[in-house]
Design a binder for this molecule. Sequence first.
Ligand code: SAM
Length: 228
Amino acid sequence: MSFEKYYEVFKAYSDIYSDEYRKRIETLELLLMKHMPSKGRVLDLACGAGGFSFLLEDLGFQVVGLDSSEAMLERAREFARDKRSKVEFVKGDARELPFEDSSFDYVLFVDSLVHFEPAELNRVFREAARVLKPDGRFIIQFTDLRELLSVLMNGTVVGAEYWVSRVLTDDEEKTAVIEFQSEKESFRVRFNVWGKTAVELLAKLYFRQVHSENLNEHTYFQVYVPKK
Ligand code: SAM
């Protein structure tokens, strides 16, 4: 039961040249341009294969990508070589960032809530606020998995080859084990389940929300400024 398998099979997260990944970038590009009005230093938090880091570099930002997974960073560095990118990819933990206070103009956090339990996400948000300059912005995109679970339970097709064959939640729906099935195999991943309200309540401890919009029925794009 691992995220590694999940990221290996779903190109939306592992192959920046795939249609699925490109679509994610296209969805956010104009919004990022609108909400990142001045150029500066950006932390792409939990950067994965680095697609958003490269986008922001192309838009003129100085970018650091941080991720805890060596496998993801290897992918990102390989894409960076291919693109002759200057993005600095750093191995680190979003819960304890290896950066100085007030050292970034923006922190971008895309699609990564599912990795973190409540106490951990609290630490991630606190760290994001700490490394942001007082007038910096915390930009997040996430899917309300609490709302999406009931949809997934109906055998949703994911990617080109897999469909959801089972969704097992714990009593309090804090985590959900999702089983992905293809013609050839099946595998399971345990996700932390975050709803919009819980994300906003946690963010409120460290940030003031300045923008929120729906990207689709269950996905949100939000912008925060640190309370400092
Ligand atoms: N933001 C990227 C994107 O949108 O393509 C990657 C999103 S991927 C769904 C989630 C990423 O979070 C993975 O690359 C995973 O390795 C990373 N991650 C999980 N736990 C982490 C932690 N404690 N610190 C830093 N990164 C973490």
